[in-house]
Design a protein. Sequence first.
Length: 283
Amino acid sequence: MNLVGKIFVVVIFVMSLVFMGLAMAVYATHKNWQDVVINPQTGLNYKLKEEKARNAALTDQLDKLKQQIDAETNAQQQAVSKLRTELDIVQKERKELETSRADLEKAKRDSVAAMSATQKNAADSRQELEKLRTDILQAQQDRDAHFKEVVRLTDELNTAVNDKEQLRKRMADLSKDLAKARDALRYFKIDENKDFRGKAPPQLEGRIMAAVEHGLVEISLGSDSGLRKGHQLEVYRRSGGQSVYVGRIEVVQVSPDKSVCKIDPKFQNANVMVGDSVASKID
């Protein structure tokens, strides 16, 4: 049963109720028919008006439902037409896809053949790539080594520049001191060309700073202390409040604040150790 049939059933049911009410009113003779008919609240006229209003509302609803059904029918027809159009498009696309599939299968076969050749070329390329990686790694290692060498040489250059600047300043100070010393020698009428150096160094005291190979040691005294190449110094060690004689050393290389000396084996009583004291004379 469609919607229209349902609506008619409802209308028939409502009209049946109306006629049933009228029939009941007819057979209820014991009532006041005038009051039953014209009572403004419970009379039949009032109920009839209500039923007419309800009938009118149902009629309006029925019209609306008919309009809705017509609209839905039109929409369904349009949808069917649209679906048919889409079906034609899909069928056309299907034919195109079948054609494309055939082309793709042919392209696939061609691609498989090309891929085999590409795989062979790729294998050759991988071998070349591995060789290039090895060469690049070696080049990077060489570059790092060169860079470290450049850094080392740069550090040495900076150190040399700093040493040169310090030596320049020291040379200026020594030139001033030399000028003062010459003025003093002239004042006391002493020949500045006379050699006053000898084996005996001035009265000095220092210590062993490091033990070098081949019987050489480094001490904390240098040219600033009046030490010269060829000076001989005595080495001793303080132990238990006493001084123990170790041996004799001779200056072989002098710098401003330290010197390198060789151990004289003829006077060596013990091994020279770092921290031992050195002096030009032991009392």
